[in-house]
Design a protein around this ligand. Sequence first.
Ligand code: ADP
Ligand code: GLC
Length: 491
Amino acid sequence: MAELKVLFATSEVVPLIKTGGLADVSGALPAALRAIGVDVRVLIPGYLQVMAKLGEFNVVATFNNLPGFPSARILSGKMANDLPLLVVDCPNLYQREGGPYQNEQGQDWPDNALRFGLLSKIGAVLGSDESPLDWHPDLVHCNDWQTGLTPAYLKFATGAVPSIMTVHNLAFQGIFPAKTVADLHLPASCFDIGGAEFYGSLSFLKAGLFYTNHITTVSPTYAKEIQQEELGFGMQGLLTTRSDDLTGILNGIDTDEWNPSTDKLLGKTYHIRDMSGKVANKALLQYRMRLKVDPAVPLLGVISRFTHQKGLDLLLEIAPQLAALPVQLAMLGSGDVALQQSAADLSHKYPNQIAAHIGYSEPLSHLIEAGADMFVMPSRFEPCGLNQMYSQRYGTPPIVHATGGLADSVVNYTNATLKARMASGFSFSGMTAQNLFDTIQRAVSLYHDKPKWQALCKNCMAKDFSWSTSAEAYREVYLKVLEQPKPVIPV
Ligand code: ADP
Ligand code: GLC
């Protein structure tokens, strides 16, 4: 077979624009696919931040007559790592101060339906006979609700290639008023329970899940969880019906960017055979976060969006007991104002032991992974999660709620799993503050047993979280979809 060509449509990609793990995946997975011979090009909106970093580009298409949308161009460029980019240039929709989905006050952009409708529409145009480009993909790989309408538009286009839809987080669904169907020139027949309709509104995500040829999600456990009511966010019925077309593939990580033996953002690099540099990073982290510099006290790290999903409310609830253990807590993140306030209050109450950096910091995130003794991630649900993999690579055992990708990437410590050289952290079932506290206590007692702790850290560092296995799994899904270009729904 000739080289497989894939259009990878996404709303964020590192290092151009990032709000979360989707950006990490959109940067690393296409690169890993290219390394195994798949010709992947990334389609992304031309936000201000993207245009500022784009460098050289060519205008390869102009669209003046896409029904319902303003004029737009496609710019072809490359990322620093040579990954080819197709940028949707529509200044009125994308070039503004603020984030990709929200303004600087944290409110959703009022024209998000149009903004991501255009991204979806162009993804479909490039995968159909209408495409003005010389490069024609064999398949469009869509990611999350922002590209959810691509499979719907493809369904009604001529010469359309198949698509796959990856769910990175089912909690975000892109729900808009019913009239959006007409505004975005989707056929009225889409607005049906067997289509893109969701409780009387248009759901971009449901459109994607319904019309795509194959659904993937970012861990095998999450693939099962989203078929049940608790974590199905109303989509469990559709996902159960489509369970034969649903595959869970664990994300990988960018092992060049997250490499403790070369990381320039650390105070001192280290590797599995000589972890002494970790001690220096711990001292630096304590100093930077104004904690008491003390090599003996266990230091727990957190890097997270402060949201209900991530379960930080439980961690903050037990913070006083943690301070009494004693341990130190170094937190980085932002989001929910009440959680930010409670983290800040705790840091004032326990200045030697609890520190919170409210905001976003790439350098600090690397230092936390390296300098902390343990990493805490008590997510209520976690489609995959990347930080627990980064932390293992940095020899920092994670403490996690056994859900989604956390269950798939952390092996709970027991005497038996340590003996088998499998143990790589601590996990608990039952999302309660008490269970979290007990698990942290379990980790802290092992921390004081140095030979066992060292063995645990080395197990973590020896694990392979590179993208190569997962990239192969995606290629298999692509090939399977291309072998069976069956219509998804009878019309
Ligand atoms: P999610 O995408 O649900 O937020 P992930 O674990 O998949 O969770 O990915 C989060 C990504 O964002 C990681 O790369 C993490 O290091 C990064 N991150 C989150 N918050 C911050 C922050 N405040 N500063 C720096 N990086 C952050
Ligand atoms: C989402 C999920 C996270 C996952 C990431 C990348 O943001 O919340 O668990 O790791 O997407 O797939």
